[in-house]
Ligand binder design. Structure first.
Ligand code: HEC
Length: 249
């Protein structure tokens, strides 16, 4: 026997006789329910490095150019070159990188700008990210085929596939073997600079540990200031006010 109760703007379905399996979390009896298969399906969109989870579909470089010009270029530039919104999308890779699978410029300490295609080792990550998170102002709005197309377009801009190419679930594995940084995945570097200390390869101290916490890894000045004054971009309520990050002149 279920009743719909309203608490402010929330409507709760209260089911007095719901059995525990249906009720989900037993610490809140009667609240919530097990998600349906369809509900899980629409959220479960991750594509793994072995392409598990990749939906069937395809898109050509030319179709991708249309998607790009309509939905991406305003923020990332016609050729993915703009830096205001994110790192450039393409640039900084060579035919030799495509051959070796390691982007040489990443090992050069003088490389300041690192484009998305220089860094990303797995094509699945690029596909997944676009399908999930782009365009930034309308995430999850690209169709499966649009995601293939715009990925193909980016690959063409990066000179990984020719302009008459069509990317699909059937040939994507072969293109993975042409990703310029496919052998370059490493966690042995800092967050904001390749010379920095890795944040993810420490070991837990188990005895005689320091009693005071010292901050040893910090974000670089450049990265800190690259998005303007963060305090103006944070909400004005809640415990976290945001950092005042304006470059000192
Ligand atoms: C309204 C502006 C906007 C639009 C439109 C937009 N993006 Fe983005 N994009 C961003 C921002 C901002 C980021 C960085 C997000 C972050 O770091 O969390 C980003 C990040 C990216 C990245 C990752 C860059 C990196 O190195 O981390 C890719 C790839 C990308 N966008 C592709 C696209 C594609 C493809 C489209 C069109 C379908 C698109 N974007 C549309 C603003 C935009």
């Amino acid at each position: 026997m279920c009743r719909l109760i309203s608490v402010g703007l929330l409507f709760l379905l209260s089911c007095a006789s719901m059995n525990p399996a249906q009720a989900g979390d037993l610490s809140y009896p009667g609240v919530g329910r097990t998600a349906t298969a369809r509900e899980i399906e629409v959220w479960n969109i991750d594509v793994r490095p072995d392409f598990k989870g990749l939906p069937k579909g395809s898109g050509t470089v030319l179709q991708g150019q249309q998607v790009w010009d309509a939905k991406c270029a305003s923020c990332h530039g016609t050729f993915g070159e703009l830096t205001q919104m994110s790192a450039p999308i393409v640039g900084g890779t060579t035919a030799e990188d495509v051959r070796t699978g390691r982007v040489a410029a990443l090992s050069n300490p003088n490389t300041v700008l690192r484009s998305a295609i220089m860094k990303v080792p797995t094509l699945s990550t690029l596909w997944d990210y676009l399908y999930r998170a782009m365009p930034w102002n309308a995430p999850k709005s690209l169709s499966v085929d649009e995601s293939y197309a715009v990925t193909a377009y980016i690959l063409n801009l990066a000179e990984i596939v020719p302009e008459d190419f069509s990317l699909s679930d059937e040939n994507i594995k072969a293109i993975q073997d042409r990703m310029p940084n496919r052998h370059g995945m490493t966690r042995d570097h800092g967050l904001a600079t390749v010379r920095g200390r890795p944040d993810v390869s420490d070991t837990d101290c188990m005895k005689d540990c320091a009693s005071k916490v010292t901050v040893r890894a910090t974000i670089s000045e450049d990265a800190l200031h690259s998005h303007g004054d963060l305090s103006l971009q944070n909400r004005s309520f809640g415990p976290v006010r945001g950092l005042t990050a304006v470059k000192k002149q």
